[in-house]
Design a protein around this ligand. Structure first.
Ligand SMILES: Nc1ncnc2c1ncn2[C@@H]1O[C@H](COP(=O)(O)OP(=O)(O)OP(=O)(O)O)[C@@H](O)[C@H]1O
Ligand SMILES: [Mg+2]
Length: 259
């Protein structure tokens, strides 16, 4: 690999994906080539049906049948390997190791990544335990930290300040022990919430927390804000940019534009 692409995380060359239908062959992606560097974002914009989602699916190795990749290479440089690997040449079993790990994904509709019958805490903990060997207590601690990172839960200092104020208003005096106890309760309450108790923007923060819990090299966000209202869209995009910089992730972000 030449020096110019030294820090290339994703290198897509001449990718084509086709869907055979009864009447015709739908060319969803034709000869797509681009490179994405570490810590960079690539924005994929196009009309509805222009192949944005199919491109994300191809990278994840999840093009739905009867669709198939008919040409190209998709090279990913993972944190674990020195040389990039061609995802398209990888057996499904190996690919599964990277999916949700080195490559994480956020969807347009947060509920497509969440299960309504489980608490958000349970689902984040499961995501963490899929890629790390940690105890339940450690996974729960990490889940809270991730929820703080995506700003669904206030950071530690703000939580303590807020609780101190509340306790003082209630009883006049407060002990540090009481403050810590109530802070722990607030955090536990967040983990115990069910998806239906959260707004769309809050749910998208939960799916982002799950996605980054595996410390991905590449974050694929297929229209992460389309289902949200405009002001929430802006804060989610700002959050994604912050997370990208903090974790030195590369991001593939897509968005429909209307011709
Ligand atoms: N499962 C499928 N079966 C058949 N054709 C499909 C399938 N998925 C996608 N296609 C076709 O592939 C093309 C690209 O679709 P894709 O979903 O990638 O578009 P998109 O750019 O993500 O659009 P949108 O902005 O509406 O999300 C379209 O012509 C679509 O009809
Ligand atoms: Mg799409």
């Amino acid at each position: 690999m030449s020096d110019r692409f030294r820090d290339t995380v994703l290198d897509i060359r001449n990718l084509s994906v086709e869907f055979p239908t009864e009447t015709e062959l739908v060319k969803a992606v034709s000869g797509l080539t681009f490179q994405l560097e570490r810590g960079q974002t690539i924005g994929i914009v196009g009309e509805s049906g222009s192949g944005k989602s199919v491109t994300s699916q191809a990278v994840m190795g999840l093009v739905p049948s009867p669709g198939r990749v008919t040409s190209g290479e998709i090279w990913l440089k993972t944190s674990a390997t020195i040389e990039p690997i061609n995802l398209l040449a990888l057996p499904e079993k190996q690919l599964r190791r990277y999916r949700g790990g080195e490559m994480a994904v956020i969807f347009q509709e947060p509920m497509s990544a969440l299960n309504p019958v489980y608490t958000i805490g349970y689902q984040i903990v499961e995501a963490i335990r899929q890629h790390q060997t940690v105890t339940m207590a450690e996974a729960q601690q990490q889940a809270i930290e991730r929820l703080q990172e995506v700003k669904l839960v206030a950071d530690e200092a703000s939580l303590r300040e807020q609780v101190s104020r509340e306790l003082e208003a209630e009883d006049g005096a407060t002990s540090k022990r009481d403050v810590l106890k109530r802070v722990a309760q607030i955090k536990q309450d967040w983990l115990d919430r069910y998806p239906h108790q959260l707004s769309g923007g809050q749910l998208q923060r939960v799916t982002i927390a799950m996605a980054i819990s595996s410390n991905p090299t590449l974050l694929i966000a297929d229209e992460p804000t389309t289902a949200l209202d405009v002001t929430v869209q802006a804060t989610i995009l700002k959050l994604l940019r912050e997370l990208r910089d903090r974790h030195q992730m590369s991001m593939m972000l897509s968005r429909t534009i209307w011709a």
